[in-house]
Ligand binder design. Structure first.
Ligand code: FES
Length: 474
């Protein structure tokens, strides 16, 4: 076996895959999309966020349950199992639940039979084996982390090294870098990407290089690339700004503490001032089949392609949406040799649309995604219908088959940690979900209950990726 290949055992069968990728990507390339099942109806779940933020890819790896396949590197001899194969009555019961859906409200399995305790225990003992979650490890084994970048930034030696900082900026994308450059005092920037630029930086770089002189026909991409490059350059010139990559804030503690995960280490940090620029998460939309394995958002696509090197050459990929992420996904997929088919579901983007036509990408406008269904293990069929405002027969529709479907819309602001430390939020669907109350166009500025200043900026405040910052280079 050459050193660039490793052999895994998946459900007791040998699977040969590339070294240096994640378990989720390795299984994907071997035609295995279903990593787990939903507890209630047993519906297949595939890689969804690709960043450790959901439960879709929880698997039993080397005997350890609840390991995230999207964040675990493959290694020779690794054993991987779906952990939710359940009890013998599981599939039968799940099928029954699916046909009698209306009788079983959302979350019935943890809301019903909670009293008395003896009944609750019996109920849980019966229901838990449905999913199989919770079996203890067969034998001790080390959980492996994704390999770090070839040139990782300096990491903090220990928890005490972080201790307390004057100004912490969470998020190293454009909004976080802008906040750091505006600060006239030292600041610490924390992000899970290895270097400053954020979750689109590597994808943008590759897509722009692929388009070459044609890039100017995609003004949205050109502006975003210029903005990131300029911010990266200015950031690297400021000696008082420190960047820690491969790190993620996983919790907040009142009055002014954060818990940071750096690889497999945890560190606590206290701050005098916080800027939250942690961006947004993918939103896939509400339509039948929106949990189909093989449906992902653009941020997951960038991670799977740029971090894991997912092979998509020669594959048909459907990209639906509008704005920066639609064109960036299309250009990146094209750079990797995939065949993107685009459905532009919003107004605007006229310049890019005519460029895409010249690129010979299959393209439809005035349509929206109506439903998805799996037609074989590695193929999805999408039904598209006209948007209500579009002209044309009301009952016309389009069927497209693809290996992968990417839905690009406004993201859902990331808010959990700032909520934990006392920022008030309200639900504003047009802004992407829960956003800080009393936010303005430039984000949110306020104080935490103990008086520490806090700012929430960029997509984390719900501004969306399609709104370029004022004064951004064009
Ligand atoms: S946590 Fe792995 S796909 Fe979401």
């Amino acid at each position: 076996m050459s050193s660039d290949k490793v052999t895994l055992r998946f459900q007791n069968k040998a699977v040969i895959c590339r070294a240096g990728t994640s378990v989720a990507a390795a299984l994907w390339e071997n035609g295995i999309r279903v990593l787990s099942h939903s507890p209630k109806y047993g519906r297949g779940r595939g890689v969804t966020c690709a960043r450790g933020q959901c439960t879709a890819c929880l698997m039993r790896i080397d005997g350890i349950p609840n390991v995230r396949a999207c964040e675990t590197a493959v290694c020779d001899g690794m054993t991987i199992e779906r952990q939710d194969t359940g009890a013998f009555y599981g599939p039968v019961l799940q099928k029954t639940l699916a046909t009698a859906d209306s009788l079983f409200p959302v979350g019935f399995y943890y809301k019903w039979f909670t009293r008395p305790a003896a009944l609750s225990r019996m109920f849980l003992q019966g229901i838990r084996p449905l999913t199989g979650v919770g079996r203890v490890p067969d034998a001790p084994a080390a959980v492996r982390s994704l390999p770090e970048a070839a040139d990782p930034p300096a990491r903090p030696a220990a928890t005490e090294d972080l201790g307390s900082v004057d100004h912490i900026i969470v998020g190293g994308g454009p909004a976080g870098l802008e906040a750091a450059l505006e600060a006239d005092a030292p600041a610490l920037v924390v992000d899970d990407h290895p270097s400053p630029g954020g979750q689109r930086a590597a994808a943008l770089r590759e897509a722009c290089e692929h388009l070459g002189s044609r890039l100017q026909r995609y003004p949205t991409l050109a502006a975003a690339d210029d903005r990131i490059r300029s911010l990266q350059e200015k950031f690297s010139e400021r000696r008082d700004l420190r960047y820690i990559g491969h790190s993620r804030i996983v919790a907040g503690y009142r009055p002014n503490g954060l818990l940071l995960r750096h690889g497999s280490e945890l560190a606590s940090v206290e701050f005098a001032m916080l800027t939250w620029a942690a961006g947004a998460m993918d939103v896939l939309g509400l339509f039948p089949g929106n949990d189909t394995p093989g449906l992902i958002g653009p941020r997951a696509l960038y991670r799977l392609l740029c971090r894991d090197g997912l092979r998509v050459d020669g594959k048909p990929v459907l990209v639906v949406g509008h704005g920066l992420d639609l064109w960036l996904s299309a250009a990146l997929l094209s750079a990797r040799g995939a065949h993107p088919a685009l459905v532009v579901d919003g107004p605007g983007d006229q310049t890019e649309i005519s460029a895409a036509v010249d690129e010979k990408w299959q393209l439809a406008t005035g349509m929206k995604l109506a439903s998805l269904r799996t037609i074989r293990a590695d193929r999805i069929s999408a039904t598209l219908v006209p948007r209500r405002s579009a002209p044309g027969p009301i009952n016309s529709h389009l069927e497209l088959d693809a290996d992968l479907v990417v839905v690009c819309g406004e993201g859902k602001p990331s808010f959990d940690v700032t909520y934990q430390i006392g920022v008030d939020y309200e639900l504003v669907p047009q802004a992407g979900g829960f956003v800080p109350t009393r936010r303005t166009e430039s984000g949110y500025r306020g104080t935490l209950p103990d008086g520490a200043p806090v700012a929430i900026v960029g997509e984390a405040a719900g501004t969306g990726p399609q709104v370029p910052s004022e004064g951004a280079p064009s």
